[in-house]
Design a protein around this ligand. Structure first.
Ligand SMILES: Cc1ncc(COP(=O)(O)O)c(C=O)c1O
Length: 392
């Protein structure tokens, strides 16, 4: 019976939103929710998206079904940004399909991993919690390795050991850039080494690219994906447009599969289509169509890239300011300056996380993960002082 189901824990981040909303202090700070915020603390719709949506309303003449692959114009328009404009399909070896956000793409990719007979998914920890949740739901075993050192840098030794123990029955999940939650990205030299190890161990890479353009730049953030795909025969890439186009609730993503022989692509993708059909049948159209209209139009593309640059610049400024504070109380904020994307982790104890909430009205996840975009030039000094206070 339905009533035999067990109570599930509330999502920790959603619970945090409630706590923040209930706090009456005017100068409270929300560093929990994973959305970009401007210097005024807002998450506005991109101007390029507004313009594309207007165009869409005026020109769309049907809402008839498109099929489980969604809007292939959108899927293909994105490929030069992800895989490089010289050979976006790598000679016909890559094909994609639209998915409901990056989460939908990950769900499909990991179901494909399972269906293809892989036994384990190797994941660097800490990772985005939903990776584990999807694997648990699919019954796919997860093997975790340490992704980060306590000093806020990559733990390459742990990665080498994890990959040395991996083999043909394993898939490995890598964050393409702007690692969530640590902000610790691999350097180009580290990606070169990882790509070589993946090829040597014959492990299937699944690359989660949810923040392209929020780290070092659209091209720079694609280095890891391109480097790995150049080294291995097969891979999957799970893409999200929800951050770099600010589309969050419109659920815009894509799944790409690469195989060695283009003749095998249709067979592989037929499995992804069948899985999509059994899950959501077809992805929501609106956001993907808006992205396609941007990418088909030079002026709108330039506007979008400019808006993305502004987001990235602002996050770099916040990061630089935190890094400048250096040793603050008992923690060192310096590594935040070289990390990328929306998130970084500050090694707070659980008691310190609580004290930040109760004494200072500053809310973030229990793991110590902060959304750096929640900080503005108006509240960053208060944040730094609070860190000094609770950790000192
Ligand atoms: C690492 C990572 N992957 C994938 C996603 C999925 O993004 P969405 O489903 O909102 O497109 C997120 C979102 O927070 C993420 O942080």
């Amino acid at each position: 019976m339905l009533i035999d189901l067990k109570q599930q824990p509330a999502d920790a981040l959603l619970a945090l939103i409630k706590l923040h909303n209930a706090d009456p202090r005017a100068d409270k700070i929300d560093l929990g929710v994973g959305v970009y915020r401007t210097g005024q603390g807002e998450t506005p719709v991109f101007g390029a998206i507004k313009a594309a949506e207007k165009k869409l309303v005026e020109t769309q003449d049907s809402k008839a079904y498109l099929g489980p692959e969604g809007d292939m114009g959108f899927v293909e328009a994105l490929m030069p940004y992800v895989f490089g404009k010289d050979s976006p399909s790598m000679g016909g070896r890559i094909e994609g399909m639209q998915t409901p956000g990056g989460t939908g793409s990950l769900r499909l990719a990991l179901a494909m991993v399972k269906r293809a007979g892989y036994k384990r998914l190797i994941v660097g920890k800490p990772s985005w919690p939903n990776h584990n949740q999807i694997c648990a739901d699919l019954g796919l075993e997860v093997l975790e390795f340490n992704h980060a050192r306590a000093d806020g840098t990559t733990d390459m030794d742990a990665i080498r050991t994890a990959l040395a123990d991996a083999g043909e029955a394993d898939a490995v999940l890598l964050h393409g850039c702007c690692h969530n939650p640590t902000g610790i990205d691999y350097s180009n030299a580290e990606w070169d080494e990882i790509a070589g190890l993946l090829a040597e161990r014959k492990v299937l890479p699944v690359i989660d690219l949810a923040y392209q353009g929020l780290g070092r730049g659209m091209e720079e953030d694609a280095y890891g994906v391109r480097r790995v795909l150049a080294a291995v025969p097969e891979a999957m890439v799970c893409y999200s447009c929800d951050k770099n186009f600010g589309l969050y609730r419109d659920r815009v993503g894509a799944l790409y599969a690469m195989v060695a022989d283009p003749a095998d692509l249709a067979k592989v993708m037929s499995n992804a289509h069948a899985l999509a059909r059994a899950n959501w049948s077809q992805p929501p159209d609106h956001g993907g169509a808006a992205v396609r209209l941007i990418l088909e139009d030079e002026a709108l593309t330039a506007q979008w890239l400019d808006e993305l640059d502004q987001m990235r610049d602002r996050m770099r400024q916040v990061r630089a300011r935190l890094a400048e504070a250096g040793k603050t109380g008992g923690v060192d904020l310096t590594p935040i300056g070289i990390q990328n994307g929306l998130f970084s982790i500050i090694p707070f104890t659980p008691e310190q996380v609580q004290a930040m909430r109760s004494e200072h009205g500053i809310y973030f996840a229990g793991s110590g993960r902060i959304n750096v975009a929640g900080l503005t030039m108006g509240n960053i000094d208060k944040f730094i002082a609070a860190v000094a206070d609770v950790t000192g």
